[in-house]
Design a protein around this ligand. Structure first.
Ligand code: GH3
Ligand code: MG
Ligand code: MG
Ligand code: MG
Length: 329
């Protein structure tokens, strides 16, 4: 149900009563009356450019004492809030010379005085119909806008979710793949070194077998939080590479700095003191780490990306071979 709220601007009380009577027969929610420009602007809240219109239809007398209804019409119409509100002028025969001005000022229609009921009803009815259609359209547009805002938010959320690992809440493999390529390109462009640490939890299968899969998940989360703690520079990046393997990208960091960070990570994970009675390295959870660094002016293609990751992987493999719980570079 669309409510219609009408404003009659006329300085003649008799006309006000007459029109009110006619309007009662139409589906009108409320009828307001004003008889001066000032009261009209006040009722319409005319200086507010943002609110919704206060009325749906304005019936406006051309001659209001010393004031001019056409000026009122023009002023109301220049407020964007009232751009789509129909204004119908009421004019005595001798005032019809003003009609051109009235239409130029934005009036939609006019009714001649003395007001004939049938003419009034027909013209007002068509204005009300138009206004109802406009209101329905605005309502639909608002709903659509709300919907598209919701969709946009949901999309952003989905996009973010697609790049975050659900268990550990750090970046996932997909974002790692993008980031390593991006950082290699940046390192080349800025002639900076770039380092990559691959990290793998030692004897993790035995951990799961001993403490159960849920405890295993908890362990992965704690290891991830150590990585987050050690990648605090804006450009540093930690990701879950897969299973119980993680990766840390360190832009503008040469081998020496990267090895120090890898060693810090190894120690901090031991300091978590996550009990692991079936580990061959210690009585707590430990990790092995492989570090590689690059400073290149070669073209950054997938082959180069792969070989850079391979170098860290080989170092990690060597760390495992050497007895685990250590950094190899
Ligand atoms: P190594 O010291 O040589 O790395 O031995 P490992 O046992 O850690 O390595 P392996 O590759 O044999 O086993 C990895 C285990 O990690 C097996 C797999 O079930 C477990 N794992 C992988 N992803 C998850 C996970 O999301 N949650 C849990 N709880 N376990 C996982
Ligand atoms: Mg008058
Ligand atoms: Mg592994
Ligand atoms: Mg492992």
């Amino acid at each position: 149900m669309i409510n219609i709220n009408i404003l009659i601007v006329d300085d003649d009380q008799d006309i006000q009563r007459l029109l009110e009577n006619y309007l009662k027969k139409l589906e009108v929610e409320k009828i307001n009356f004003t008889d001066t420009a000032e009261k009209t602007y006040k009722l319409l809240n005319i200086n507010n450019l943002k609110s919704d219109p206060v009325v749906d239809l304005i019936i406006l007398d051309i001659v209001l004492g010393a004031e001019n209804g056409i000026d009122i019409c023009r002023k109301v119409k220049t407020n964007p809030v009232y751009q789509e509100i129909p204004i119908i002028m009421i004019t005595a025969q001798k005032e019809s010379e003003y009609l051109k001005d009235a239409f130029e000022a934005g009036a939609m229609d006019y009714i001649k005085k003395p007001v004939k009921k049938i003419e009034f009803m027909v013209r007002i009815n068509s204005a009300i119909k138009l206004r109802k259609e406009t209101k329905a359209r605005i309502e639909r547009e608002k709903e659509l806008l709300e919907l598209s805002k919701k969709l946009k938010k949901m999309n952003q959320k989905l996009e973010k979710m697609a790049l975050v690992d659900g268990l550990t809440n750090i970046s996932n493999r997909r974002l790692f793949d993008k980031t390593i390529k991006k950082e290699l390109k940046r390192a080349k462009r800025e002639n900076d070194p770039l380092s990559l640490i691959m990290i793998d939890i030692d004897n993790f299968k035995a951990y799961n077998d001993t403490y159960g899969h849920q405890q295993g998940d908890q362990c992965l989360k704690e290891v991830a939080s150590v990585l987050t703690e050690n990648t605090k520079r804006a450009a540093d990046f930690a990701a879950r590479y897969g299973g119980e393997e993680f990766a840390v990208i360190l832009p503008d960091t040469a081998k020496k700095g990267a090895v120090k960070i890898a060693e810090d990570i190894r120690k901090e994970i031991m300091e978590l003191e996550l009990e692991h009675e079936n580990s061959i390295t210690a009585d707590c959870v430990t990790v092995s780490l492989g570090v590689s660094s690059i400073c290149t002016d070669q073209e950054i293609d997938q082959q180069l990306v792969n070989s850079f990751i391979d170098k860290s992987d080989q170092a990690l493999y060597q760390a495992k071979e050497n007895g685990k719980n250590q950094v190899v570079y």
